[in-house]
Design a protein around this ligand. Structure first.
Ligand code: ATP
Ligand code: MG
Length: 238
């Protein structure tokens, strides 16, 4: 655990749950139902990684790998303003990459092994890590191949995190009731995809209005419990 750094999420309560924020040298998975805040957290972290250390950042840049086409520059602008940062500069420090299929997604990450160290990148986001794999290898008959490819991809991301001491954040959409087996065995019962990869798993769920609840799963080094945060126009807050 040498030299591990942390990036603030924007919520003190969520940071505390994570032991201070999102860590470098590992993968953090946010999983949960639609609208639970996975994409908003990814946007916020891409802004916050740029903050200086005294404000909870790493003075670094972000790579945002978007597989679903849900990235919005307007959200980055609003979140930058919310922190008193210059929006144009913040947008310049986010390298946006659209992945069109799972092979493309894997090749983008391959290329990051040279791109990341050359460009002061301290955060890589993959939102979502599972959608292409689910679409291209549907059903039980493709389960083994899908799992094998997804696990290889997750190991590739883990090596990237460790090699350059960066944070890697991935998302995974699951049904509202992951405790019920709903016939998609990509995810373990419980919902996350990191079953065979080390990393931190954070379950998100919707609550009243703009409130969201986060829970860290299977992390012996982190405290048990839940964190409540809100999604506002300016981003993730307590
Ligand atoms: P999916 O699984 O469909 O990708 P997700 O977990 O990524 O869902 P998000 O897109 O992160 O969900 O969250 C969407 C929610 O974020 C909206 O329902 C809304 O509550 C909130 N949100 C988005 N934009 C704004 C905004 N400009 N101001 C306030 N809240 C916003
Ligand atoms: Mg999303």
């Amino acid at each position: 655990r040498l030299n591990i750094k942390k990036i603030t999420t924007g919520s003190k309560s969520l940071d505390d749950l994570l032991g201070g924020g999102i860590e470098t040298k590992t993968i953090t998975e946010f999983y949960g139902e639609y609208g639970s805040g996975k994409t908003q957290i990814c946007h916020q972290l891409s802004v916050n990684v740029q903050l200086p250390p005294e404000r909870g950042g790493l003075s670094g840049k972000a790579v945002y790998v978007d597989t679903e086409g849900t990235f919005r520059w307007e959200r980055i602008e609003a979140m930058a303003r919310g922190l008193g940062l210059e929006p144009d500069q913040v947008m310049d420090n986010i390298f946006y990459m659209r992945a069109y299929n799972s092979d493309h997604q894997v090749s983008i990450i391959d290329d990051l092994f040279t791109f990341v160290p050359k460009n002061d990148v301290r955060l890589v986001v993959v939102d979502s890590v599972t959608s292409h794999f689910r679409a291209e290898f549907p059903g039980r008959e493709h389960l083994a191949e899908r799992q094998q490819k997804l696990n290889a991809h997750l190991h590739q991301l883990m090596r990237l995190a460790e090699a350059f001491n960066i944070a890697v954040v991935v998302t995974n959409q699951v049904m509202a009731r992951p405790d019920v087996f709903y016939g998609d065995p990509t995810t373990a019962v419980g919902g996350h995809v990191l079953a065979h990869t080390p990393g931190v798993r954070v379950q998100l769920r919707r609550s009243k209005g703009n409130k969201r609840i986060a829970r860290v799963v299977d992390a012996p080094h982190l405290p048990e419990g839940e964190a409540v945060f809100v999604i506002t126009e300016e981003g993730i807050r307590d």
